[in-house]
Design a protein around this ligand. Structure first.
Ligand SMILES: [Zn+2]
Length: 264
């Protein structure tokens, strides 16, 4: 029975992953993510039911669009699998089983799922467009508030004063980002980065956030060093999707904590 539950969670994760690839593609283009039918970006061919099955459809179609034979980006099935694995690790870390899935544990799992969706969206849009999407940040703030309500309702030692200070900080940087005096895209990105870290902080506590930032800085330094060596003397794109690396680092921190909890 336990295995059945985890298979369902895995499948649920790949379906979410499929939605995430669609969302990271459509949100920056301002397209509808809920109602418009999935389609091939090249020939606009609407996808049938079987072509929308995560991972398996990629294998059946041999990585190509059925109509125009345009190659499907390998990134899509990879993201679908990764989301599935992320869901399973989350469930394992929270020790979800058939007896507690419909209790308070289930709420914790659901909040974790909403947070994973947030990380994937921020990372996916940043690596493709070098922007931290405002709408996704607002979604992040909403799920943070849900998490605060959950923590406050079930844990008596929850420090509400600290939470209020963080919320005020988010409000200040949101205002700075919205009513910025000089319109500089760079400043905007920095404000959004700070809001991103504050949202992460609601889900990982201070220690997790600090570890995340240290790890991200480390990865970014190594990445830029490698770039510099590889492109010596040449002009190259040195734009770094910092939010992407922060999300990746946060995921690594989470996975490490969870795996250590279940004794791997
Ligand atoms: Zn096509």
């Amino acid at each position: 029975m336990e295995i059945a539950l985890y298979v369902i969670i895995l499948i649920m994760g790949t379906v979410f992953g499929s939605f995430l690839t669609l969302a990271t593609y459509r949100i920056p283009l301002g397209q509808d993510i809920v109602h418009t039918h999935s389609y091939c970006p090249k020939c606009n061919n609407k996808l049938g039911f079987f072509e929308m099955i995560p991972v398996l459809s990629y294998i059946f179609l041999k990585g190509k669009c059925k109509k125009c034979h345009e190659k499907i980006n390998i990134r899509y099935p990879i993201i679908e699998i990764l989301t599935g694995i992320a869901f399973v690790i989350l469930a394992l870390g929270l020790r979800i089983n058939i007896y507690n899935v419909f209790t308070i544990k289930g709420i914790e799992f659901l909040l974790g799922v909403l947070f994973i969706v947030f990380l994937f969206l921020i990372a996916g849009i940043d690596i493709e467009h070098f922007v931290i999407h405002k709408g996704v940040l607002i979604y992040g703030i909403v799920i943070s508030l849900l998490n605060i309500i959950y923590q406050y309702s079930f844990f008596s030692n929850y420090n509400l004063y600290k939470v209020i200070i963080y919320l005020i900080a988010i409000a200040i940087f949101t205002i700075l980002g919205t009513f910025r005096i000089k319109k500089k895209a760079k400043n905007d990105y920095v404000y959004s980065l700070i809001i991103l870290c504050l949202i992460i902080n609601f889900f990982t506590l201070e220690i997790g956030t600090i570890l995340t930032i240290i790890l991200a800085l480390l990865i970014i330094s190594i990445k830029s060093l490698i770039n510099k060596i590889l492109n010596k003397g040449k002009k190259y794109n040195n734009k770094i999707p910092i939010a992407f690396y922060i999300c990746i680092s946060n995921a690594i921190v989470w996975i490490t904590i969870f795996l250590s909890q279940i004794g791997v």
